[in-house]
Design a protein around this ligand. Structure first.
Ligand code: HEC
Length: 318
């Protein structure tokens, strides 16, 4: 049988007779596609490794430091005005309730929050007047929040300010409690006396006591302060620093040249007065702990007269 006059036909016939040969035909294409897919994944490997999963811990190095807050005393909460119906207070109460109370008392105040299930006794159902212990008057709720209820999961909320406790009381009474009973004037004055609130704007003598806020300083400053072991010393160093920076003299020039960490250097020098009246001790102090005491190795280039100038200058300052 001749295959030369019709090569195409014989090729197809050949394939029909040996179907396995088709593999040889498509093999190069499979290879090319495979290499293509491989190259594609290789080019993406850096993305696969790159933060596709968000970190479980917050990177604290990028968290901003605490703002400076000056110590202050807030005026005592005035029970007479804060017990009057007040929409702003109710709105504030709602915010505090949502963050602190919903888990047990529920968003609808029915005592059915997610954490309520296992509790004995159950969180109070605010929508019923039954079986309250301190009661749903403002004075009752304030007492509950200040003292908690013994033998239950209802603990005292010391961190909530008096004003915010009154806001919570207003919110709970207005939103959940049906026909909440009113406080008498005596209820309110007794409450004010007991918890040192003010009555009718007049801070009633020794009884009214504002809430003191001790203030706060940024952590980095606090750490410097702790190193100083007293605020007085720290203030002195700051004063000296100011003086040096406004001083054009050669003593200040030398200081700026040989110091890397000004606060550290001044702290070291002010931590002892051994070097007062003794220039040699002064030089030794600085040179011995070089690098750790805030000074740098440029001190090695100071001439004797530079040292004299520097020593006299620092003696005058510290
Ligand atoms: C961990 C759960 C829990 C949280 C959170 C909680 N409570 Fe309670 N609360 C209770 C329980 C339990 C009772 C019932 C105590 C009882 O019956 O002895 C209760 C009772 C009360 C009562 C009724 C007191 C009375 O006179 O009987 C008030 C009012 C109250 N809570 C307010 C609040 C407020 C406001 C908050 C948020 C600042 C809050 N609770 C957060 C569990 C909780």
């Amino acid at each position: 049988m001749s295959t030369n006059d019709n090569g195409k036909k014989s090729f197809l016939t050949d394939l029909k007779e040996h179907p396995v040969k088709i593999l040889a035909l498509i093999y190069p294409y499979i290879l090319i596609i495979g290499i293509g897919i491989g190259l594609f994944y290789l080019s993406k490997t850096n993305q696969v490794g790159n933060n596709l999963i968000s970190p479980a811990l917050i990177d604290t190095t990028t968290v901003q430091d605490l703002p400076l807050i000056k110590p202050s005393t807030a005026p005592a909460a005035d029970i007479m005005s804060l017990s009057q119906p007040n929409d702003a207070l109710v709105a504030k109460g709602k915010i505090i309730y949502t963050t602190n109370c919903v888990s047990c008392h529920g968003a609808d105040g029915k005592g059915d929050g997610v954490a309520a299930g296992a509790l004995v006794p159950k969180p109070r159902n605010f929508t019923s007047l039954d079986s309250w212990i301190n009661g749903p008057k403002i004075s009752g709720i304030f007492k509950t929040l200040s003292e908690g209820i013994k033998g239950s999961a209802m603990v005292a909320f010391d961190v909530i300010s008096s004003k915010d406790k009154l806001a919570l009381a207003q919110y709970i009474r207005k939103t959940f409690v049906p026909n909440p009973p009113e406080d008498s004037k005596d209820d309110l004055t007794d409450l004010a006396k007991k918890y040192k609130l003010s009555v009718g704007g007049q801070s009633s003598g020794q009884t009214a006591q504002g809430q003191t806020n001790p203030g706060q300083i940024p952590i980095k400053d606090a750490m410097v302060l702790v190193e100083q072991d007293s605020q007085e010393k720290y203030q002195k160093i700051i004063d000296v620093l100011k003086q040096i920076s406004s001083d054009p003299g050669s003593g200040a020039d030398i200081f700026n040249k040989v110091v890397d960490d000004k606060i550290k250097a001044l702290t070291m020098l002010s931590s002892t007065d051994e070097w007062h009246n003794n220039e040699k001790v002064f030089v030794d102090l600085i040179v011995n702990e070089l690098g750790q005491d805030g000074f740098n190795d440029k001190v090695h280039f100071l001439s004797d007269s530079d040292w004299d100038t520097f020593y006299n200058y620092m003696s005058k300052l510290l």
